[in-house]
Structure formats: structure tokens, C-alpha cells
Design a protein around this ligand. Structure first.
Ligand code: SAH
Length: 264
């Protein structure tokens, strides 16, 4: 499929490298009983490879109407095309079974898409796994662990609900048009058991407060969040002279629980 004017605003960088497409799709381990969801099928290069493995059903959400028309012509009734914005759809409405999700995501909204899924109560019931392409720097932030300078809000949110593994790095040359940035594919599997909190937005808020002042000692954000900050830091065994990057994801979840006990 040839696209004359790829839309920058929709993050259109289409994958053209067959080897990369093959590795991405193989990481899904699709069988005939699987329901697959593709985000932003674009020109359909991943789509075609996914279909060759004959999943039970393939849904694809694409915002661009022009592409929807072309994809319809190309794949006819082999796929279920949904002309929507991924940030606005509720996947449960069209599919109740756990899905395998693929997406060479539009980079300008990739973290919003990820956070949208992490907020879901039934993440592990709605989704089997995610194989997603991110801008390399964003992927590094997602997989970063404690004490790493890239560790932060995204790493904490992702590790709360998902097991994350790096699949491979992808050169800009594997896309058309060639993007300015390198890319990384991640495999994410929703955890069955995860630390219970009342509302993910509280964890987002807490990590925002801490990492907005990444270089300051944690006593400052603690004071912003808690009137009784000294008692909280003692109870949770937090060294108030540490920096935000020194606290484990579990500490942030424990802090979130304290915060929720206080406010709700
Ligand atoms: N998966 C394709 C295309 C990747 S480019 C490939 O690898 O070749 C990103 C795709 O996401 C484009 O097709 C773009 O139109 C689509 N897109 C951008 N924003 C979107 C949104 N909010 N919801 C759904 N699709 C979107």
C-alpha cells in the first residue's frame, strides 16, 4: 500500500522492514484461539503478518479515515476495522475475551495509551499481552529500575500492573518516512496479582509530586503530600534524605495506600 502524504500529526511512520515485522509478530505467539487487537494498523504491514497466523479474530483501531478505506479494500472481511481514536474507545465494548495487542504506536500519544490501559481495573482479564513499539527513550523510562536516572513515574506505573521485557531495538531505517528517533519494542504481560490501591490516579499523583522534583530529597514531596510526613516516613522506613529515584516501586505503592487512608 503506498501512502503519498503520511500525516505527521498522527505519528505515521510505517514499518517496512520485514524481519522486524516478523520478530514483533512472533513475540505474540498467536494461535487459532486468540483474539488480536492492532492499534494504528496504518498501511497494514503488521496486520498482514498477523493474519497469516490465522487468529480467531483481528480487531484494528485506526483514526485515519483515508487509511480505513484502503485497509477495507485490502483486507475486506478478514479484519474488524474500527475508525476511532484509541484514547477514546473502550475495548471491552467490542471484545470480551482477553486480547493480544500489537501496536507500532503513534509516539506523541504512546505514554497516554499505556497509562489508559494501566488504569483499567480488569487489565489482566481484558488483555493477554501487549507487544508495543515505543520511542527508545520512552521504552527506557518504562523498563528502568530503582536507582537508575531514567526511573520514574512510568516505570512505577508499568511495573505495578505488568511484567515488562525488552524485545528489540529498531533503527529509524526500518520505517517510512524515516523518523528522527530510535525505537524499542517491549513485551508486556498483565500481572494477575498486584498491590491493591483504590484509584490509580492517586499513584499517578504521588509519583508526579515526587518526580517533579527529581533532584530534591524525598522529605520535600513527603511534606507536600502528608501533614504527618515524619510519622509516615518512619512507618514505611523511608530515609528522608534519599532522592525519589532511590525508592522502590513498592514504597510508592505503600505511600499511595497511606495517602488513600488519609483522604478517602
Ligand atoms: N502499524 C503501522 C503504522 C504505524 S504508524 C505500521 O507499523 O506500519 C501509527 C499509526 O497509528 C498510523 O496508522 C496512525 O494513523 C495511527 N494513529 C495515530 N493516532 C491514533 C489514534 N489516536 N487512534 C488510533 N490510531 C491512531
Amino acid at each position: 500500500m503506498i501512502i503519498k502524504n503520511p500525516k505527521k500529526s498522527l505519528g505515521q511512520n510505517f514499518l517496512t522492514d520485514k524481519n522486524i515485522i516478523d520478530i514483533i509478530v512472533r513475540n505474540g505467539c498467536i494461535n487459532e484461539k486468540d483474539v488480536v487487537l492492532e492499534i494504528g494498523p496504518g498501511t497494514g504491514s503488521l496486520t498482514e503478518r498477523i493474519l497469516s497466523l490465522k487468529p480467531l479474530k483481528l480487531f484494528a483501531i485506526e483514526k485515519d479515515k483515508t487509511l480505513i478505506m484502503k485497509l477495507n479494500e485490502k483486507f475486506k472481511d478478514k479484519i474488524n476495522l474500527i475508525n476511532e481514536d484509541i484514547l477514546k474507545v473502550d475495548e471491552k465494548v467490542f471484545c470480551k475475551e482477553p486480547m493480544i495487542v500489537f501496536g507500532n504506536l503513534p509516539y506523541n500519544i504512546s505514554t497516554q495509551i499505556l497509562v489508559k490501559w494501566i488504569r483499567l481495573n480488569n487489565l489482566n482479564k481484558n488483555f493477554k499481552k501487549f507487544i508495543l513499539m515505543f520511542q527508545k527513550e520512552v521504552a527506557e523510562r518504562i523498563i528502568a529500575t530503582t536507582n537508575n536516572k531514567k526511573y520514574g513515574r512510568l516505570s512505577i506505573l508499568a511495573s505495578w500492573k505488568m511484567n515488562v521485557k525488552k524485545v528489540l531495538e529498531v533503527s529509524p531505517k526500518s520505517f517510512y518516512p524515516v523518523p528522527k528517533v530510535k525505537s524499542t519494542v517491549l513485551l508486556m504481560e498483565p500481572k494477575k496479582d498486584f498491590f491493591p490501591i483504590k484509584n490509580p490516579k492517586n499513584l499517578e499523583h504521588i509519583t508526579n509530586v515526587f518526580f517533579n522534583q527529581r533532584r530534591k530529597m524525598v522529605k520535600h514531596p513527603l511534606k507536600i503530600l502528608f501533614k504527618n510526613s515524619e510519622k509516615i516516613s518512619k512507618k514505611l522506613n523511608i530515609n528522608i534524605n534519599d532522592r525519589p529515584q532511590n525508592l522502590s516501586p513498592l514504597k510508592y505503592l505503600e505511600l499511595c495506600k497511606e495517602y488513600e487512608n488519609l483522604t478517602f
